[in-house]
Design a protein around this ligand. Structure first.
Ligand code: N01
Length: 484
């Protein structure tokens, strides 16, 4: 490619990472098109609208570092407020005209010099680079329970909430007690006539206070951007240096501290000894993704609420039959059963060098060099892709660093008068081997079932310290790429 012509980009997804890529490319004067499967921006915050949804990361950290928001109303914002933030970003940077809504990419074919990309609408376009910003938690995992199709009431997944269904005074069952199930319980148990939470594994629940910022505090943030920046930086520092790095060493003292805090929370707030013991986990805190809540223990103790730990045998027209033979009858059943976290860009058909497909390359499990690129797939890069930090570092900070890394690679290719870059297989294998070894020492590998584990039971999350991530993202190791 001539070094005068500016490369063009297809961005897949208009969630947090896709909008970031779009606005940064706009600022840098590049041409791009965003393909979005839905009719609005927002990604996970558009999809997840269940009652009680909120972010468990403080809002002043869960913001782009260059778009801090003095007007966050809560310490940990409800989903709708975060959705509003991303919609505001799309408007402010005038991105909507560059987004093809309702047009999911179905096919990407490498054609020697660039990518041919096809949308679900039949639109076909050609781009030099593809940035896949498809997120991790966006393919709902429906409960695979015998008889589920027989249920006669209203049944939906937590990420596919049916807002036409009235909830107040209804008999409601929730399957799953991850972050989604716990937040739903916090909100719905008090308004249901009967409420049941089906728990397969107890969760460590970290207490938080839901703090609402006053108008005076928000005015102070507006008039004092340094204070706002200072708060962001302080949260960033304590999250990454504290929690983010300590979960990597399963022998760290931090877990005993967490156990004490969570046990105190449980012992103080749950009065019935039998319920208390059912709620007490028997594995190391943070082995599963920690659950944070200000209202779960109160809600599970309202008179109409019940925690059921008996295993589910099947679902029938009237409700859920447990192994003890009891039928739990419901009007509404919610499957808060998580996501297919290994899908990433799939089921999109992606075909790279020599016709190799992503399905073939990833048939065992997904992996990516530096969590971003795949050997055999030139100029195809993911933000928050496989093996990215998730839960250990700020997802937004991670996306910002990954995007900056990619732009350094794009510039390097262009300045050399080249057209493409592909991570070498050797570099990818080296990274994967080192990553896999490090993952075995993390708290996620201490013996619990969680969505952090791959099919071998090895955590797939970035297992190195934050400093290592910063260092790797500071400048690509160009020698790890085939550039042509
Ligand atoms: O999903 P999960 P999630 N029968 O996979 C149970 C983020 N998030 O949507 O633990 C019975 O965590 C399963 O049981 P078990 C956050 O990163 C953030 O809740 O495997 N039960 C588990 O309890 C989070 O980690 C926020 O034994 C079944 C639950 O379903 C991630 O999203 C809010 C079952 C699934 O939990 C995913 O959270 C919400 C079956 N057949 C989400 N199948 C915040 O910021 C599954 N389960 C606060």
């Amino acid at each position: 490619m001539s070094s005068e012509r500016k490369p063009t980009f297809a961005i897949i997804g208009a969630g947090m990472s896709g909008l970031l890529a779009a606005l940064k490319l706009r600022e840098a004067g590049y041409e791009f098109t965003v393909f979005e499967k839905a009719d609005r921006v927002g990604g996970t915050w558009r999809e997840n609208t269940y009652p009680g949804i909120a972010c468990d990361v403080p809002s002043h950290l869960y913001s782009y570092s260059f778009e801090l928001n003095p007007d966050w109303k809560f310490l940990a914002s409800p989903g709708a407020e975060i959705q509003e933030y991303f919609e505001g970003i799309a408007k402010r940077y005038e991105l909507e005209g560059s987004i093809r809504f309702n047009d999911p990419i179905v096919r990407c074919d490498w054609q020697g010099e660039g990518w041919e990309v096809e949308g679900g609408s039949g639109f076909v376009g050609h781009f030099d680079w593809v940035i896949a910003a498809t997120g991790i938690l966006h393919h709902p995992k429906h409960a695979e329970i015998p008889g589920i199709e027989d249920f006669a009431g209203d049944l939906f997944h937590s990420a596919e909430w049916d807002h036409s269904v009235a909830l107040e005074g209804k008999r409601i069952g929730v399957i799953g007690n991850g972050s989604s199930g716990i937040q739903i319980t916090g909100t719905l148990a008090p308004i249901a006539s009967e409420f049941t939470l089906f728990q397969r594994t107890a969760q460590w629940v970290v207490p938080v206070e839901q703090v609402e910022y006053t108008e005076e505090q928000r005015a102070e943030f507006r008039s004092n951007p340094e204070a706002l920046q200072g708060l962001h930086d302080e949260l960033d520092q304590s999250f990454h240096q504290g929690f983010g790095n300590q979960v990597l060493d399963s022998s760290s003292d931090i877990f005993e501290g967490m156990r004490t805090v969570c046990n105190n929370h449980l012992d103080t707030f749950v009065t019935d000894p039998e319920l208390r013991e059912k709620l007490r986990p028997d594995y190391t805190p943070a082995c599963k993704r920690l659950v944070v809540s200000h209202n779960f223990y109160d809600s599970i103790q309202v008179p109409q609420a019940e925690l059921v730990t008996e295993s589910i045998e099947r679902i029938e027209a009237g409700g859920v039959r447990t192994a003890d033979g009891r039928l739990h009858e419901f009007d509404v059943l919610v499957a808060a059963t998580g996501f297919h976290v290994d899908a990433f860009v799939r089921p999109m058909a992606v075909r790279g060098l020599d016709g190799v497909t992503l399905d073939e390359i990833w048939k065992e499990r997904p992996s990516a060099y530096m969590s971003m690129g795949i050997p055999g797939f030139p100029n195809f890069f993911m933000i928050n892709g496989p093996n990215s930090p998730v839960g250990n570092f700020s997802l937004i900070r991670t996306a910002e660093m990954q995007f900056a890394y990619l732009m350094m690679l794009v510039d390097h290719v262009k300045e050399g008068g080249h057209s493409h870059a592909t991570p070498s297989s050797e570099a990818a294998v080296r990274f994967e081997d080192e990553r896999t070894e490090a993952a075995k020492n993390t708290v996620w590998a201490t013996g619990c079932r969680s969505w952090y584990l791959d099919d071998r039971g090895i955590p797939f999350v970035w297992p190195f310290p934050f400093e290592r991530f910063t260092q790797e993202m500071e400048k690509p190791r160009f020698e790890d790429y085939t550039i042509g």
